[in-house]
Design a protein around this ligand. Sequence first.
Ligand code: 5GP
Length: 215
Amino acid sequence: MNPFPVILSSPSGGGKTTIAMKLLEARDDVGYSVSCTTRAPREGEREGRDYYFRSREDFEQGRQRGEFAESAEVHGQLYGTLRSEVERVISEGRHVVMDIDVQGAKQFMTAFPHSVLIFILPPSAEVMIGRLKARGSEDNKSLVRRLKSAKEELKAVDFYQYVIVNDRIEAAVSAVSSIVEAEEYRRTRVGGLSSRLADLMGGVERAIDHHSKGQ
Ligand code: 5GP
């Protein structure tokens, strides 16, 4: 199997992080790329599991050292995907799932153009806003900021190959899982295809020769 990156994007409150976590529980052939961020940890979040929490200075230095496959400013904070995270998961032979924003996805595609791009849509604005409020971490100012960037993110849906409406989490996880499975059979990912075809072709030609002799 040729492991590939799977990018999940959605506006905040779209449910992509939950989907990514449930996909990891459901499949052992996928791993998660833990991002770096300058934002403060929310309650219950753990260093190295949810994010690598960095100061702005550390983040900027990492950027200059070329440690990021992509990085972007989202809601006034820096977020980035470490090359080492992508390489770690791929070298374990697993597909690497990433929960990144639209700007990050666009950058990442220039470095890893064989990535799979999935956009998760919340079923309605009400549900999305409700999910954001339920986090309890959103004061009015940051809620408005997230809603404004949600508007921008929604405009980028055309860049994505797949769209899933997340009205039932289990169905959304199973849709992502089906996409991963189908993508394994994409012609360009099938390992050893040209030598397999050459072998088949050789066998067919020999059979044609053999069976033509008696005619
Ligand atoms: P949150 O602060 O709610 O965890 O994430 C805010 C936004 O940052 C989400 O849209 C999320 O997808 C995005 N994000 C998380 N990690 C990364 C990353 O490594 N790179 C980029 N570009 N965006 C990220």
